[in-house]
Design a binder for this molecule. Structure first.
Ligand code: ZN
Length: 206
C-alpha cells in the first residue's frame, strides 16, 4: 500500500507551508479543492499529518537545548518513559539502535539542567552516560526529504513493515490505524490502550 502521487505532492507542499488554504493547495498539486479536502482528512486520520503547529526559534527566547544519552538497566524502559513524561522540559525521547536513549532537554536557566539530571540520576537503574549542550543549530530542516518521484510505502503501525495489499484498519478515537495483519492489529490495540492510559494519567497529574 502506497501514498498516491497527489498525496505525496500535498505533503511536499504542506511541509513547505502548512498555513496555505485548500484552494491554493489544490491549484499547486493540480486537483480540485474537494479532492484536497478529502485527502487532507485521510492523511490526518491516518496520523501521517500529525498536526499544524507554530515553530518557535528557542534560541531567540532564551532557551538552550541539551542532548542527554541515557542508559537503562534491565526492564527500566517503562520507568524511564514515566520519568520523561513527568517533566515538561524533556521534549523528546528516542531509542537508539543498540539500546541507549537520546533525550532532548530544553531549559532557560542553567539550574534546570541540574534539576533535570538529578531527577534521572535518582531513578534506580537509569543513568546519564553523556550530556551535550547544543551550541548552534547549523542546519535545521524540520521536514522529511520527500521525493515526488518515489511513492511512499505505508508501514504497519505496529511492526513498521510495508503493508502489502489491503491494510487491516482499526478505527479508534476518530483516527484510522493501519495494520498489516490481524495479529499486528491485536498487539497494536493492546499497546495503544496502554499508551492512552498513561497519557490520561499524565494529564490528570498536570
Ligand atoms: Zn504488522
Amino acid at each position: 500500500m502506497k501514498l498516491d502521487e497527489t498525496e505525496l505532492k500535498m505533503l511536499i507542499e504542506l511541509q513547505k507551508e502548512g498555513r496555505q488554504s485548500r484552494r491554493i493547495l489544490a491549484d499547486k498539486v493540480g486537483v480540485s479543492t474537494p479532492t484536497v479536502s478529502s485527502k487532507l482528512e485521510k492523511l490526518e486520520n491516518m496520523g501521517i499529518i500529525e498536526g499544524f503547529r507554530v515553530e518557535l526559534d528557542h534560541s531567540k527566547i532564551g532557551f538552550q537545548k541539551y542532548y542527554l544519552k541515557v542508559e537503562i538497566e534491565g526492564d527500566m524502559e517503562e520507568g524511564l518513559r514515566k520519568l520523561v513524561d513527568s517533566h515538561k522540559r524533556f521534549r523528546a525521547l528516542e531509542k537508539l539502535e543498540g539500546g541507549p536513549y537520546l533525550l532532548t532537554l530544553f531549559v532557560n536557566h542553567f539550574n534546570q539542567v541540574d534539576e533535570a539530571t538529578t531527577l534521572i540520576e535518582e531513578e534506580e537503574g537509569v543513568k546519564i552516560s553523556d550530556l551535550w549542550r547544543v551550541q548552534e543549530e547549523e542546519k535545521k530542516v524540520p521536514w522529511l526529504p520527500l521525493d515526488e518521484n518515489v511513492p511512499l510505502d505505508i508501514n504497519c503501525y505496529y511492526c513498521n513493515k510495508p503493508i502489502k495489499g489491503e491494510p487491516v484498519k482499526w478505527k479508534k478515537d476518530g483516527k484510522e490505524h493501519y495494520l498489516c495483519c490481524s495479529s499486528c492489529k491485536e498487539l497494536y490495540e493492546e499497546k495503544y490502550e496502554r499508551l492512552q492510559k498513561r497519557k490520561k494519567e499524565m494529564r490528570e497529574k498536570e
